[in-house]
Design a protein around this ligand. Structure first.
Ligand code: SF4
Length: 209
């Protein structure tokens, strides 16, 4: 078993874990990106996570240098403060690009939106949904210029369950405003867990449809 983990390093000194991805959509790593990760591992730890990210543990005194090295080779570093965090599928490595313009707009306009807790949003570019968006807090599943929106998943634990279909066949051009509206409503609510917010606001979601 690994002897250099985030927990073990943090117990000895001031370390932080960064969520790092090869790309927001592209999942392939380049040799330059692998070299940067390998070099950071020497002074911390690199782990692959269940959320399709690398967890890169770095010493607090090296955060800025690490971020600079990671972003220089186009590795994406997620915000460390609570915010919207997208997990896009890989668009079949570029073979299924109909949903790409919407995904890009969402990434530009909603990714890193400050929230009271991190909200994971899955974007899957076809109904096969092979990146398991329905296990994320919000799931956007694209099909023929329309999007089905699921929410309320409990991703782990004894009560684990997939999200429910909240809104069906939302036209592409309404998705961004709708997602911002849902996140804004969640942020203003007194409910902490996003899944609980979804389950307790059925009327709100019915009205949105
Ligand atoms: S969700 Fe669909 S488009 Fe995306 S990677 Fe899976 S099969 Fe391909």
């Amino acid at each position: 078993m690994p002897n250099k983990t985030f927990a073990k390093l943090k117990a000895t000194d001031d370390y932080v874990a960064l969520i790092v991805r090869p790309g927001l959509i592209n999942k392939h790593l380049t040799s330059d990106q692998l070299i940067v990760l390998a070099n950071l591992e020497k002074f911390g730890a690199v782990k692959y996570s269940a959320g399709h990210s690398f967890i890169v543990t770095v010493h607090c005194s090296h955060i800025e240098q690490a971020m600079e090295k990671l972003t220089e080779v186009n590795l994406y570093v997620a915000s460390q403060t609570p915010s919207a965090l997208f997990k896009c599928c890989d668009f079949c490595d570029g073979d299924l690009l109909d949903g790409l313009p919407l995904a890009k707009d969402l990434l530009e306009q909603v990714e890193q939106m400050p929230l009271k807790n991190r909200v994971r949003i899955g974007f899957n570019a076809c109904t096969q949904a092979c990146y398991n968006a329905v296990q994320d807090d919000l799931a956007l599943i694209f099909h023929n210029g329309k999007v089905d929106i699921y929410g309320g998943a409990i991703p782990m634990g004894r009560r684990a369950s997939s999200g429910h279909l909240l809104l069906k066949k939302v036209p592409e051009n309404q998705v961004i405003d709708l997602v911002k509206n849902i996140l804004g409503k969640y942020n203003a609510s007194s409910i902490d867990k996003f899944s609980a917010f979804v389950h307790k606001n059925k009327t709100y979601f019915d009205q949105l449809q």
